[in-house]
Design a binder for this molecule. Structure first.
Ligand code: ATP
Length: 301
């Protein structure tokens, strides 16, 4: 009988490994277009994290040989800080996230996490260290508990519950007919955009990574939901190093530092008030977005 169980056990392990890989891939769906297989360096050791800083050191990158997207980008996110990246559409914001997750390697320059070149460490350890809260989460046709536990293989019921609490999902779950056992997704209960995002936050809490990439939603949630989610994200980002890819500036005004990317270069960086005083690209984007928000409000009235 053991002879029968061993291969089954192996299959289970293979299945779990593939499943975890698929979640990470699914979470990266929006960030990623055509991933290129990037091999591990032979005998690459695991990434060791003591203080999870992120460094981009003169990074040059392009998807195609004749079109450079990042032109020698350098910045450092010190451990424990919350940074945001803003900039016009196509500036290369999501590309930064894709490089950090090592879907691609830079053409030149280096990316370091806690002082280690990410090309020199095992990819599984790199990806285990980074949590992504995407703007559009994929829900599986399964229970809400299963969808949260997906964040890490082997997550226990009490961990799933703690994560749901951390993501402010308990109000919803308590109202569901079968609590954590309620079926969600296309064939079950359909969750709203805000609720799906909370599931993604809960998944990330289960994974408990030292580094977070927050890919802010472009599709506007209503203001109240957005404020609630932002407050939750702020709590989740505490004691971690985070990088938010922001489309609307109102959501990142209190970041420790804002990096303004333009045409693959760092155009400006500073806190919200420093950048407003500078009266450059950020100030211009801020004024434009404020005017747009006002026009929307007037139209809604
Ligand atoms: P947005 O705010 O619109 O999401 P972004 O600043 O995140 O934009 P990126 O997604 O990083 O921009 O893309 C930067 C540039 O790289 C764009 O011009 C885009 O067309 C190009 N690009 C992105 N992915 C690929 C790819 N797989 N192959 C070729 N070019 C790509």
């Amino acid at each position: 009988l053991t002879q029968l169980f061993r291969p089954l056990d192996m299959l289970g392990m293979v299945y779990r490994t593939i499943r975890q890989g698929l979640i990470d891939m699914a979470e990266m769906f929006r960030l990623l277009d055509t991933p290129v297989e990037v091999p591990d360096a032979p005998g690459a050791p695991a990434l060791v994290i003591r203080r999870p800083s992120i460094v981009f050191d003169d990074v040059v990158f392009g998807y195609e040989p004749d079109r450079t997207i990042l032109h020698g980008l350098s910045f450092e996110v010190p451990a424990g800080q919350a940074f945001a990246i803003v900039g016009p559409s196509g500036a290369g914001k999501s590309t930064i996230a894709r490089l950090l997750y090592r879907f691609y390697d830079p053409l030149s320059g280096r990316i370091l996490i806690d002082g280690q070149d990410i090309r020199q460490v095992a990819q599984t350890s790199l990806r285990a260290a980074i949590g992504i809260v995407p703007q559009d989460s994929v829900l599986f046709n399964d229970t809400i508990g299963y969808n949260i536990g997906y964040g890490r293989d082997g997550a226990e019921a009490h961990e799933i519950e703690t994560a749901a609490r951390g993501a402010a999902l308990m109000g919803l779950i308590d109202r569901l007919p079968q609590g954590f056992e309620t079926e969600v997704g296309e064939r079950g209960l359909k969750l709203s955009g805000g609720e799906k995002q909370r599931v993604a936050i809960a998944r990330t809490l289960v994974k408990n990574p030292p580094i977070l990439i927050l890919d802010e939603a472009t599709s506007a949630l209503d203001t109240r939901t957005e404020q609630d989610i932002l407050a939750t994200l702020h709590r989740v980002a505490e004691h971690r190093t985070s990088l938010s890819i922001a489309h609307r500036l109102s959501t990142i005004a209190d970041a420790d530092r804002i990096l303004v990317l333009n045409e693959g270069k760092l155009a400006e960086s500073g806190t919200h008030s420093e950048l407003l005083r500078r009266d450059g690209l950020y100030a211009e984007m801020w004024t434009r977005q404020a005017a747009e928000a006002e026009a929307m409000n007037e139209a809604a009235e």
